[in-house]
Structure formats: structure tokens, C-alpha cells
Design a protein around this ligand. Structure first.
Ligand code: MG
Length: 205
């Protein structure tokens, strides 16, 4: 498996219309971004470690964008040319700490909180803004949506993030999660499936 080694992981919060409704949040006017450290990365089949500091560990199925070329201030129109490919990702979140801290760094950054799969080349993904995305918790379907429900498209997100920070090859952008997020317990298996991209499966320990 090709394992990405990003210099940073940029995440978009609240990027699906249904998910915004689920949390009773207004639709944002521009992407809200936060960072996960590369130390949170694990890969398909690795274990998600339930930290003792949280009582509410959540899965978030997300389409990940892998950058292919260094970019800064790229336009929405040109953004596709800077994308190497796409991965299945899970933005694992300590929901109670996210509420408690206000700032999201701790809640999103524990080791093992960013499972990702192998990269599927951008040329093999004609329209990343039209992919079915699902999560299965112990084989039970818990998230089922389509990237067409995203508020900001993949191209808009790459352009927006590049207006803030320089993106380097292998940098990873998580594009937000659809409705249906929920808790995981030790012993659970969480599987993320994205049409045309593949799937990842990780057990919580
Ligand atoms: Mg997320």
C-alpha cells in the first residue's frame, strides 16, 4: 500500500448540508479549517486507540485530498492540477473534548485519530464532488451520503486552504463528514467506504 507522509493535515469542519442541520448549525459562508498533526496518521487495518481522556469517541467518514504539487494561492479553476489523488479517511474525534475545549486541537489530535487508505490517482476519479460515501460500524450502516452534499467543493477547498498556507506534495486535506456521526466503543470496527476510492477498516482498542 502507498502510505502518504504529509507535512500537515488540514481538515474542514461542517462541510455537508445535512450534517450542519444535524448539529443545528448555520451553513458557513467560508470553510472552517483546523489542523491534525501527522502523528495522528494510521493506515488501513491499524488500530484506533481509545484515549483514557475521553468518554465520547466518534467516527467521521471523510474524503481525503492528497496534494501533488506545491501550491499557494491557486484558483478554484486551477486547483485540480495540484491534486495527486484521493483517499478514504476517518476524522476520529473526542466529541466531549471538542465541546469542552472550544478549540478543537486536543479533540482531533490524539495518536491514531487519522486513519487513511491508499491513494487513488486523481486521473482515475473524474468527479470527486459526486461520490457515495458511507461508514459501517460493526457492519451496520451509520453514514450514507454523497460528496455532492458538500457545501464547498474539492476545488474550492484546495483554493481556500492554499490562500492561507503553502501546500506541499503529500499534504492531506480532509473535506468534512456527512450526517450520521456517532460513538465508537472499544472492540468496535469502523469501516469507511467511498465509491471509486475504496475502503478502510480499523478496530478500536
Ligand atoms: Mg471532520
Amino acid at each position: 500500500m502507498n502510505r502518504i507522509k504529509p507535512s500537515k493535515i488540514v481538515c474542514v469542519g461542517l462541510n455537508y448540508r445535512q450534517h450542519a442541520r444535524e448539529f443545528d448549525m448555520p451553513v458557513p459562508e467560508e470553510p472552517v479549517i483546523f489542523l491534525k498533526p501527522p502523528s495522528a496518521l494510521i493506515y488501513d487495518g491499524d488500530e484506533i486507540v481509545y484515549p483514557p481522556l475521553t468518554r465520547e469517541l466518534h467516527y467521521e467518514a471523510e474524503l481525503g485530498v492528497v496534494i501533488g504539487r506545491t501550491c499557494r494561492n491557486v484558483s478554484t479553476e486551477d486547483a485540480r492540477g495540484f491534486i495527486d489523488g484521493y483517499v478514504c479517511a476517518n476524522d476520529v474525534t473526542a466529541r466531549d473534548l471538542q465541546r469542552k475545549d472550544g478549540q478543537w486541537s486536543r479533540a482531533k489530535s490524539f495518536d491514531t485519530f487519522c486513519p487513511v487508505g491508499r491513494t487513488v490517482a486523481a486521473r482515475d476519479t473524474p468527479d470527486p464532488n459526486r461520490l457515495r460515501i458511507r461508514a459501517f460500524l460493526n457492519d451496520r450502516l451509520v453514514q450514507d451520503s454523497n460528496t455532492s452534499d458538500m457545501i464547498f467543493s474539492v476545488e474550492q477547498i484546495v483554493s481556500f486552504v492554499s490562500s492561507v498556507m503553502t501546500l506541499f506534495p503529500q499534504d492531506l486535506i480532509l473535506t468534512g463528514t456527512p450526517q450520521g456521526v456517532g460513538p465508537m466503543q472499544k472492540g468496535d470496527r469502523i469501516r469507511i467506504v467511498i465509491e471509486g476510492i475504496g475502503d478502510i477498516s480499523n478496530r478500536v482498542v
